[in-house]
Design a protein around this ligand. Structure first.
Ligand code: GPP
Ligand code: MG
Length: 290
């Protein structure tokens, strides 16, 4: 049985602005998109992020009756590889540690973190639908006591100060003000704790938001931040970057394959254009709380 929501948590206390309500509405409504469900059904890990790494070109060839399934499996493999790369930057996480998945979606990365480190994971999302879905997955996996999902706002999680060894955001920072977010993460992380972010960000060198980046914002109801804002805001909150990995080249194959798949949603061309014209980067940033 999914854990019931604490009675004090109401939509009014979690969703503070009209914008947050519209974002929650978007994620509550986009539950049936095959691009996420069909990929998740491959092995029960449901992701809400993109993929990295080269795809096996043979999936686009061979027997037609199995081609669609093979493409879906390959897209899913690349998305799982992205989450693996994120977890590889969290540092040494022990079973006694507590970590936070901020913008946890259907829980895919949280389950991978628990499976890999044995640690306790809390996931927060402002989509009540996603909380329910992820909790059911936790029960199904027999890890509901270790991997918990909460209908909470990542800008104000309510978790104890200094309680987290690590925190990550996997494509969720474009929905929030970075200053508010990193103030909260700075509070939650213990000294020496690690924050890892994977995000798409606009390129300050090419100037303001390009048309392709604006199309992505419009599609997902988000506000992609410029690259500079990440580094300025992290350091302002005592989060000191240790590693920065430009994943742009590594994510292009995912978008090329997705564009040719049966689960394309129509946003593929905007990502391909933005990355190829250099107005957008796909970055991983690992920072330590000092
Ligand atoms: C991934 O979710 C997309 C986001 C979290 C928002 C935008 C991200 C950027 C890097 C700009 P998803 O897996 O639900 O998207 P889709 O349904 O398109 O696969
Ligand atoms: Mg997806």
């Amino acid at each position: 049985m999914p854990t019931p929501l604490p009675e004090t948590v109401t939509a009014d206390s979690v969703l503070r602005t009209d914008y947050q309500r519209s974002v929650a509405e978007y994620w509550n409504a986009h539950q049936q998109d095959p691009v996420n469900l069909r990929l998740g059904e491959v092995d029960g890990l449901y992701h809400h992020h993109y993929g990295i790494g080269a795809y096996d070109p043979s999936v686009l060839e061979g027997p037609e009756d199995t081609r669609d399934r093979r493409v879906i499996e390959e897209l899913h493999r690349l998305e799982t590889a992205q989450a693996d790369a994120l977890l590889s930057h969290l540092g040494r996480i022990l079973p006694g540690h507590r970590v936070l998945d901020a913008g946890s979606g259907r829980g895919g990365t949280s389950f991978m973190a628990h499976a890999r480190f044995g640690c306790e994971v809390d996931g927060v999302t402002i989509s009540e639908y996603q909380v329910g879905f992820a909790r059911e997955q936790a029960v199904r996996r027999g890890v509901a006591d270790k991997v918990r999902f909460h209908f909470r706002n990542m800008l104000d999680t309510g978790f104890a100060t200094g309680s987290r060894r690590a925190i990550w955001t996997d494509e969720s920072t474009m929905y929030v003000d970075l200053s508010e977010l990193y103030a909260e993460f700075s509070r939650l992380l213990e000294h020496g704790g690690r924050y890892v972010c994977i995000t798409g960000c606009s390129n300050d060198v090419t100037g303001m938001r390009s048309k392709a980046v604006s199309r992505i914002d419009e599609h997902y109801t988000c506000n992609i931040h410029p690259r500079s804002e990440y580094f300025r805001t992290l350091t302002a909150h005592g989060l000191v970057p240790l590693q920065v990995v430009d994943l742009t080249a590594a994510t292009l194959p995912y978008w090329e394959l997705r564009a040719r798949s049966s689960v394309a949603t129509g946003i593929e061309d905007a990502f391909l254009t933005a990355y190829r014209e250099n107005s957008f980067h796909y970055l991983l940033i690992a920072a330590d709380r000092i």
